[in-house]
Write a protein that binds this ligand. Structure first.
Ligand code: GBH
Length: 496
């Protein structure tokens, strides 16, 4: 009896091991495929009032109402990268990354928000960082806007004031002029969905404005115009001299249809159009997704409104925005199930407007995070959907990663997470023909995780936030990533 049991356990172990190995892609990423790591200004820099920097919407909101964040954490000091950038670059060098993705703080560069005064110290901080990267053979990949609007512009309405199109383009112009000789890849915006939906819809992010279904769409409308105008500025004025490329990072959960019914397949598709398509369709295709236009118009009229809550682009604007990209940044983390909502919530809001029910099944592997369930297959499906919906654009994965609770430096879970996602991304490239040219791990180091503060840790380097030195320590995942960059291979040994 015992022998039989032993035999079964052996078989199970063997089977599960070979099964796990089978699942991972064991070929090398292409020689020219690039690997990097990412951060964002408010999450790592600190130096919130250094020199003439003015407060941004996160500084302002969290100083006024610290309880918005777990443990009343904020980004006043964060990782102190404002002072420790040389140390950061030394770590990046050791890690061996091809590029480092970071973002610029608008209010550090333009303390008045508008371009009437350029901060010498602010500009020099980034010039020094870029020079340090270049001297160490690391390409910068600069995000111009990662959610930290100057508060002074928020006081004037922020992303819901049409003037922001010109304020933003003036800021982007300063960035191109000051840094464009040394930076060739630009992401104009990071995850506009979070700027608009969470910032001006559900009030979960700064400036914490509650205007679901109204403010969030006005924000999206202005942001898309600002994006296209920035791309055209670069295209007309800077491309010839600087020779760089301009794109945008858009994020979405993958939406998996709950059943094979037509309703649920359409519901999942709607989920993608309401999150990814809202921003991607005007740029990579034309205009807002048709399903968004018709559904929001219908619901608006049911609300007794004369016009749709989703603003309309003119023909000229549609034309101008369409095709304004050189590559696409994609952030991928997780998935949701989706089915048609039979009792749609009539209140305005981009979530309600989509008329879908979404959830994450209990069987999906949980993490320390409330929203991030481990669904590596979802990354592959999302990439395929983008390829099929938008005609196979060049994609750089600009974020992907896993958080934990700071309990260990031996972060085997994070290594497994990276292996499984990278394996699916590689499959999407090799087997499905998706044009992915680079991958960015979020994050280089533990940092300020927005309203979760320092309680959720995404870093492959640990940061000790209780020490004034903000000591960085390599986690096991960083050693793993270092080896991946060297070998382009996600397992111990690749066969090709
Ligand atoms: C990215 O945001 C950010 O670019 C980066 O700054 C951030 O640190 C990183 O990822 C890790 O979070 O409605 O409960 O499903 C991802 C932001 C967080 C946005 C989860 C959508 C959904 C919450 N996403 N959020 S829920």
């Amino acid at each position: 009896m015992e022998g039989v049991q032993y035999f079964f356990i052996c078989c199970l172990l063997l089977f599960s091991e070979s099964f796990a190995d089978d699942e991972l892609n064991t070929r090398r990423f292409p020689e020219n495929f690039k690997f990097g790591v990412a951060t964002a200004s408010y999450q790592v820099e600190g130096g919130w009032n250094a020199s003439d920097k003015s407060p941004n919407i996160w500084d302002y909101a969290l100083h006024k109402n610290p309880d918005l964040v777990v443990n009343r954490d904020n980004g006043d000091v964060a990782c102190d990268s404002y002072h420790k950038y040389k140390e950061d670059v030394a770590l990046l060098k050791d890690l061996g990354v091809d590029f480092y993705r970071f973002s610029l703080s608008w209010s550090r560069i333009l303390p008045n928000g508008i371009d009437d005064k350029i901060s010498v110290d602010g500009v020099n901080y980034y010039k020094n960082l870029i020079a340090e990267l270049r001297n160490n053979n690391i390409e910068p990949l600069i995000t111009i806007y990662h959610w930290d609007l100057p508060q002074i512009l928020q006081d004037a309405g922020g992303w819901t004031n049409d003037n922001i199109v010109d304020w933003f383009v003036a800021y982007a112009n300063v960035c191109f002029k000051e840094f464009g000789n040394d930076n060739k890849n630009w992401l104009v915006f990071n995850e506009p969905k979070q700027t608009c939906q969470m910032g001006y819809g559900t009030a979960e992010h700064a400036p914490f404005i509650n205007s679901s279904g109204v403010g969030e769409y006005i924000c999206a409308h202005n942001l898309l115009k600002a994006y296209a105008k920035t791309w055209h500025l670069y295209n007309a004025v800077y491309r010839n001299v600087q020779g760089g490329r301009v794109g945008i990072t858009i994020d979405s959960s993958w939406f998996e249809p709950a059943t094979e019914s037509r309703e649920d397949i359409e519901a999942a598709e709607r989920g993608l159009h309401f999150t990814f398509g809202l921003y991607a369709n005007p740029i990579l295709n034309r205009d807002y997704p048709a399903v968004m236009k018709s559904l929001i118009a219908k619901r608006s009229s049911e609300e007794g409104l004369e016009k749709s809550r989703l603003p309309a682009f003119t023909e000229e604007e549609i034309e101008y925005i369409s095709g304004s990209y050189d590559f696409l940044g994609v952030n991928t983390y997780t998935s949701n199930m989706a089915k048609a909502e039979n009792n749609p919530d009539p209140s305005p809001g981009s979530h309600q407007d989509a008329e879908i029910a979404t959830w994450q099944p209990d069987e999906w592997e949980r993490t320390n995070s409330s929203w991030l369930k481990v669904t590596p297959w979802g990354a592959r499906k999302l990439l395929n959907w983008i390829k099929n919906t938008y005609g196979n654009p060049e994609i750089i994965i600009t974020e992907n990663g896993l958080s934990d609770d700071d309990s260990t430096l031996e972060d085997d879970n994070r290594i497994r997470f990276y292996q499984s996602y990278l394996s699916n991304i590689h499959d999407a490239m090799e087997l499905d023909g998706v044009n992915v040219t680079g991958y960015t791990a979020w994050s280089f180091m533990d940092n300020f995780e927005w309203t979760k503060g320092y309680s959720e840790r995404f870093g492959i380097y640990h940061v000790d936030f209780s020490s004034p030195n903000r000591t960085r320590t390599k986690k096991k995942s960083a050693t793993w990533y270092q080896n991946l960059i060297k070998t382009k291979c996600i397992v111990d040994e690749c066969i090709h």
